[in-house]
Design a protein around this ligand. Structure first.
Ligand code: NAD
Length: 511
């Protein structure tokens, strides 16, 4: 059942896939894969071109569908979902052909000079994609486009909270020329996802929480299924003593509250140099209070509803725990029942510590907790004191200083003087370290995840027995010692003597 999180209105009843339906979809995807791969990269790129044109012409409808099912303002859906997908298609249209070509592997070892090596990139076959509700279009679409252009077929299990957006994606792809069995959607909850993990897919790309990611990794390990895991985060923002307070506070407010804080790259922890902290807090409080919370329907809305009651309860529990342990609430801190049951005021917390849940667990809601620090080293230590490692940001007027600190932060992505926006850079690899996951999506490395590497080796002297084959003995041993000296001894003389000893190997009797 698809529900509008702003109003509770049922948008549509959608039938859930049974285990048998999931298996059948994977079977059809397998049967369709050979022809899709044989179509060739150029023709698959043409299909992507067509998809891009169709999406562009339906951009407002798609944004409205996202607004209805996920609650976010349509303007935000245009920027953070539709634009991201249009640009991901642009990246693959411009680059996939080059990135999927065979690549020569020159050999350095003299013993293998008479062989020609190449890397061949082959599709895995059937890729399973399991996606969350917070970016119900851009996450599955960017992963799907990369999988398809590489010659795979795809079975997508979207979040049970946002199936209609996934069906819109299917309709766009099919109209663009992707055969029905090459891209299929199986609707359902975690049990449909688990069925997809158990099914004979060749690779799984999962985006969601750490808890589900761990369950999936364990199930995948049973059958050595390769997986990409894009999991949760607790992204730190470091505001150094030379930062522009006005710009950094606007970034913190947007980074923490965009999509009602339900963004994997949200600012979840903010550390500000002590000398700026009170000024920064005052600026954030003023800006947070100006934000308009409301229904995505209203063009004036900045922050829509949260997705469901469970998510609100987590936010409330984290805020309550912080308050009980001495945090100051400078804005928000409560639900917004006048608007509906899923709304929460944008919340600013000061005087938080690492003993509070708000600084340790993923909150995934519109909360900006701010903590003061005294030195760059302390800021880096605080940023790294987390089980997560998705993204981070450093704010400074000194670019070199920002880059130096960025290198010391344990995260898959670190931005200097920006937040969240890396997800929209199609060239930039997206993914985390530590509990935030494994592997990458987006860009060159995201495309690499969609192919198997095969090393293809062709011997250029097929009529010749290889010198290292049987025919061992005392003289062969001396010849090999010479061969090693010829390549690795220090000094020209020793190398030349080695070459003379090795030369006899060509006349050696072999089996
Ligand atoms: P979730 O883990 O509850 O669900 C994600 C998907 O997994 C859903 O489709 C769900 O039906 C499915 N699922 C649930 N149990 C399953 C099981 N046992 N086997 C297979 N599939 C199963 O996550 P969510 O609440 O939908 O999404 C929010 C989480 O996703 C947050 O933690 C957020 O940080 C994370 N996220 C990460 C990224 C990233 O790129 N790293 C992006 C967006 C969201």
């Amino acid at each position: 059942m698809s529900v509008n999180p702003a109003t509770g209105e049922v948008l549509r009843e959608v039938e859930c896939a049974s285990d048998g339906d999931v298996l059948a979809a994977v079977g059809r995807a397998r049967a369709a894969q050979v022809a899709w791969a044989e179509l060739g990269i150029r023709r698959r790129i043409r299909v992507l071109h067509e998809f891009q044109a169709k999406l562009h012409s339906r951009k407002s409808e798609i944004a409205d569908a996202i607004k209805l099912e996920a609650g976010k303002p349509a303007a935000e859906a245009l920027v953070t979902e539709v634009l991201v997908v249009l640009d991901a298609a642009r990246f693959l249209i411009d680059n996939a052909w080059r990135l999927l070509q065979d690549e020569p592997v020159p050999h350095g070892n003299l013993a293998t000079k008479l062989k020609s090596g190449r890397l061949v990139r082959e599709p895995h076959g059937v890729i399973g994609i399991i996606s969350p509700w917070n970016y119900p279009f851009s996450i599955p679409a960017t992963e799907t486009l990369a999988a398809l252009v590489a010659g795979n077929t795809v079975v997508l299990k979207p979040s049970e909270l946002t199936p209609l957006v996934a069906l819109e994606l299917a309709s766009l792809l099919h109209v663009a020329g992707v055969p029905e069995d090459v891209f299929q959607v199986v609707v359902g909850d975690g049990s449909a996802g688990a069925a997809l993990v158990r099914s004979p897919i060749d690779k799984l790309v999962f985006t969601g929480s750490v808890a589900t990611g761990k369950r999936i990794a364990a199930a995948a390990a049973e059958r050595l299924l390769p997986v990409v895991l894009e999991l949760g985060g607790k992204d730190p923002m470091l505001v150094l003593d030379d930062a522009d307070v006005d710009v950094a506070s606007s970034a913190a407010v947007w980074g923490a509250f965009v999509n009602a804080g339900q963004t994997c790259l949200s600012v979840e922890r903010c550390y500000v140099h002590r000398s700026l902290c009170e000024k920064f807090l005052a600026a954030c409080a003023e800006k947070a209070k100006k934000l308009r919370v409301g229904h995505g329907e209203d063009c004036e809305t900045d922050i829509g509803p949260m997705i469901h009651e469970r998510q609100l309860q987590i936010v409330e529990a984290h805020v309550e725990d912080a308050r009980a342990h001495g945090a100051r609430i400078l804005a928000g801190g409560t639900r917004f029942p006048e608007l509906g049951k899923n709304f929460f005021h944008p919340t600013l917390l000061a005087d938080v510590t690492h003993d509070m849940r708000i600084m340790r667990e993923e909150t995934f809601g519109p909360v900006l907790p701010v903590m003061a620090f005294g030195s760059d080293d302390e800021a880096v230590n605080l940023a790294n004191d987390s089980e997560y490692g998705l993204a981070a940001s450093v704010w400074t007027r000194n670019r070199q200083r920002g880059e130096r600190l960025a290198r010391r932060i344990h995260a898959g992505i670190v931005m200097v003087n920006d937040v969240v926006s890396c997800f929209g850079i199609s060239e930039a690899p997206h993914g985390g370290v530590k509990a935030s996951g494994l592997g990458r999506t987006h860009g060159r490395f995201g495309l690499d995840e969609m192919v198997r590497l095969k090393y293809l080796d062709v011997d250029l002297t097929p009529a010749m027995k290889k010198v290292w084959w049987y025919g061992y003995g005392q003289s062969f041993r001396r010849q090999m010692e010479g061969f090693l000296d010829m390549q690795f001894a220090r000094g020209l003389g020793a190398r030349l003597r080695g070459a003379l000893r090795a030369a006899g190997v060509v006349k050696r009797k072999q089996l």
